[in-house]
Design a protein around this ligand. Structure first.
Ligand code: G
Ligand code: G
Ligand code: MN
Length: 511
């Protein structure tokens, strides 16, 4: 079944597709927001690192200035210069101590005066900076030493780690900031660590000073991206969820539409998948072909040839039966019109019509076009209306049948005997033929009651002067019985099965 089974089979997939089409924009939007948050954070760490570098450079300028002023004094006796050393400490906010060096020997200090200590230039990065973890006076307190030397002369000025860690702490705020000098680095808690700078978990950025030999690292602790997103993006999240819901809904509706029977029928109609099959109707007397019934088939690309019982109800429900029948009539006219001059007497072409065709007068136009395709008088167009759904005699239907009658279109009541049409009904709609339902024909020779009904129908149609067609004739016995009882026309497998147009044209030339 091309229409019903498919929709059921796809139900699970449909839900999955709906959920996916809802989730996709949410996930996509989420990734974009995540990426945006990372960018914002890494911009922020870069700015912080730049600011920290600026601050450290200012402090080092201050410290370096002290060293520059003291350097010329190196070599003089400590007693002569120690006041000058202390003056720098007092005057310069970031200078904690000053020392003079002669021939790599620290011999005078602002703190102790005369003093003796070896100075090893290799301890200083690029000969200039040394981040120490305290000295004998203040062990375990960070200290940054600035070294200036020229020939035998040298000056060492120190910067208290307290200022450095203050910068790391205050500029950083939420950002983690680290200061690296040579093989050591300082954290905001004022501790000195050995080794390379660690990589910070989020938005790690490292920046070198262009003027002094130090590097600053800035970054965020683990999970900062999520924290940032949850504090900055709630309105965007609501928007995402809204988009997801809309997109899921659209996905749902689109699928429902594309898998709905009427959508599938519409597609098939546009793809010209509905084709006419032809079953011959023969004269009761000489068994010559007197006409044909046009039967719709759906040439489905996957399911193969589909019988009309399986899709006509959907077509009626969606209103597509009207354009589908129109297409069937056009194809029939195209096939049969070229051979219509070989018809010795008007050839009966039966088209099945449902009650939904009779809601307006469009059918008149279709019939006029159909008849116009044939040589005048070469055919009779017979509209077959099933007795199972009777047409209500409204103003519009009566007008419709009047106009059809005027066009010369004939009316047959199909499946006669299975419904309950009255004599008045047959008259009102100007009926020309009764088609006896095949269930009665099948009972010939088997069931006395059915045969009785059959006989009554034949008798009735003779009295009303209606033509009579017997359907579903399969055996010689049935054929003989019907002919003997004066049935005008016979239709059934005994004379021909429904066949494609080309086969029908071919068979027609042999009759
Ligand atoms: O030949 P077959 O088995 O296809 O016919 C099955 C049923 O479908 C019959 O009741 C027949 O009247 C109906 N049918 C066949 N073709 C058409 C058509 O073009 N329009 C309508 N409304 N019914 C059709
Ligand atoms: O309802 P309507 O009469 O339009 O439909 C004709 C239906 O009867 C079609 O489905 C057609 O294929 C079928 N049919 C035609 N001739 C025979 C026949 O001899 N035996 C049987 N069983 N079905 C037939
Ligand atoms: Mn029919």
């Amino acid at each position: 079944m091309p229409l019903t089974v498919k929709t059921r089979r796809k139900r699970g997939t449909r839900i999955v597709v709906t959920v996916l089409s809802g989730l996709l924009p949410i996930l996509l939007g989420f990734f974009i927001l995540y990426w945006q948050a990372e960018r914002a954070l890494s911009q922020s760490t870069q700015l912080t690192a730049e600011e920290a570098i600026r601050q450290f450079e200012l402090m080092l300028d201050n410290t370096a200035q002290a060293a520059r002023e003291l350097l010329p004094l190196a070599g003089q006796s400590c007693n002569n210069v120690k006041l000058a050393l202390r003056e720098q400490v007092t005057r310069r906010p970031f200078v904690r101590s000053t020392n003079l060096v002669w021939a790599d020997n620290l011999y005078c200090s602002s703190l102790f005066g005369d003093y003796q200590e070896k100075v090893n230039a290799g301890d200083y990065t690029q000969g200039k900076l040394w981040l120490m973890n305290g000295n004998p006076v203040t062990p375990n307190t960070a200290l940054l030493v600035y070294r200036l030397s020229e020939g035998q002369q040298g000056a060492l000025t120190t910067l208290d780690g307290y200022h450095l860690s203050n910068v790391l702490r205050l500029i950083g705020r939420k950002t983690v900031l680290l200061l690296q000098v040579g093989p050591d680095w300082l954290s905001a808690d004022g501790k000195v660590h050995e080794g390379a700078l660690p990589t910070l978990p989020v938005a790690d950025s490292k920046m070198m000073s262009s003027r002094y030999a130090f590097t600053v690292a800035a970054g965020f602790p683990e999970g900062e991206t999520w924290r940032y997103m949850s504090s900055e993006y709630p309105p965007l999240f609501s928007l995402l969820i809204f988009f997801g819901a809309v997109s899921g809904l659209i996905g749902h509706v689109l699928q429902k539409r594309s898998s709905s029977p009427s959508h599938e029928l519409q597609r098939a109609l546009e793809a010209a998948e509905f084709v006419p099959y032809f079953q011959p109707v023969v004269h009761g007397t000489n068994k010559k072909w007197s006409g044909t019934e046009v039967l719709m088939r759906w040439n489905h690309p996957k399911e193969g040839l589909v019988r009309p019982d399986l899709f006509i109800p959907f077509a009626e429900h969606s209103g597509l039966i009207v354009p589908m029948t129109r297409s069937l009539m056009q194809q029939t006219a195209q096939l049969l019109a070229p051979v219509s001059n070989s018809f010795e007497e008007p050839f009966h072409i039966g088209i099945n019509i449902t009650a939904s065709h009779c809601k307006d007068l469009e059918l008149v136009k279709d019939c006029r076009e159909f008849l116009g395709a044939f040589a005048p008088g070469s055919i009779h167009l017979v509209l077959e209306l099933t007795e199972r759904e009777l047409i209500e005699p409204t103003a519009i239907t009566l007008q419709l049948f009047e106009q059809l009658h005027a066009l010369g279109v004939m009316i047959a009541i199909d499946d006669f005997g299975t419904g309950h049409s009255s004599l008045g009904y047959l008259r009102q709609f100007n009926v020309d033929f009764l088609k006896i339902d095949q269930s009665f024909v099948a009972m010939i020779g088997a069931d006395a009651l059915s045969r009785h009904i059959l006989d009554s129908i034949i008798e009735l149609s003779a009295k009303l002067d209606l033509g009579i067609v017997a359907e579903g004739v399969e055996t010689e016995e049935q054929s003989a019985y019907l002919t003997a009882h004066g049935v005008n026309f016979l239709q059934g497998y005994l004379f021909g099965r429904p066949m494609p147009g080309a086969d029908f044209i071919d068979a027609l030339s042999h009759h």
